[in-house]
Design a protein around this ligand. Sequence first.
Ligand code: SAM
Length: 395
Amino acid sequence: MELLIKTFHGLEDVLVDELKVLGADNIKPLKRAVSCEGDLTLLYKANLQLRTALRILVPIATFKASNEDELYKKIYDIDWSKYLTDRKTFAIDAVAFSDMFTHSKYLGLKTKDAIVDQFREKTGKRPSVNVESPDLLINIHVSHDKFTVSLDSSGESLHRRGYRDVGHKAPLNEVLAAGMILLSGWTKDMPLIDPMCGTGTILMEAAMIACCIPPGHKRKEFSFMRWVDYDDLLWTQVKEAAEKRINYPKTNIVGGDNNAEAVDMAKTSTLDARLNRQIRILRASIQEHVPTATSGMVITNPPYGERMKKDDIDNFYKTIGSLMKKNFGNYTVWIITSNNDALKHIGLKPSKKITLFNGPLECKFVKYEMFDGKYLDFKTSKAKKELKENIDKDE
Ligand SMILES: C[S@@+](CC[C@H](N)C(=O)[O-])C[C@H]1O[C@@H](n2cnc3c(N)ncnc32)[C@H](O)[C@@H]1O
């Protein structure tokens, strides 16, 4: 079966890597999605284990239609008895990128009519629509005149890991945080610091990676569990196999924030997820945050300054840059921000920039390599290290 896995812009390549680990076939990166092939086991594993997936669709039909009547006929031609019974409920999620079809609600309505009419004519009974909690969530995507009809196997977006119930002003999306960590090249043996951690999303995602905790570990429901072909035994096997790999290694993951409420929320999440031994959270301003390890990685999401005066946010970024130089020599620092102007005041030379989106905000995820002592010494020791690694690889 084909799987179409949705993600955020910029995370397609890390999602490809995750799918390779799961053993998917024919993996192809697309725009904000990756397609691949696999069986039911892969579908279950993908929902449970992919850190950078937002939802997993299973396409069941593709066709062209140039008006609503044609759409109705093509939907009617699909054998819906393979996916629904008259006792099940369904809902339709329609997305239109088309000059011909501009009203996604109307597309949904036409699709619903075709499905209901097919059942009525065959059995005299019909499945009902349930928008809140359907047994089958059908996704209709149209680009110009090309339709893809898919079954949504996830339901609620997969970023809802279940470790955070309460809201905070500006939490990062969990999928984005996991993607940033995977893009950064962080490994569990490296010290990791987020000195402006807010509710601790980056720390939580990192600790879950370190402990091999599947992102879907705490989720009770995935849409595929209500499908007619749901295989409970297979799901149990997939879940148990993934849970067997969970372990709690010693890590050095530290967060800080100067907001008491955010620190409380972050601590509650770490306790609820039993990750309070992996993650240490301090109520401290970044100015006070001095790392214990001499090298490691900083990944942080500072305020973007939407509610601040320009001078204040520019100065704050200048302070961040100075603090990184002063206290985080030998660290690799990654910062995500939508404020390009403020970023210019950081006064550090970026070695990499990746475009990501935090909700609607276009952001840059920027890497800075800090170094203790003279830059030339740093470059020389880095070149020596790389040379040694290449020699080791050749041997
Ligand atoms: C964009 S939010 C981070 C959100 C976080 N990534 C999350 O997922 O919840 C920025 C955070 O920086 C914190 N902050 C602002 N100024 C700070 C400072 N001087 N020192 C430490 N934290 C600060 C704020 O309290 C806020 O929680």
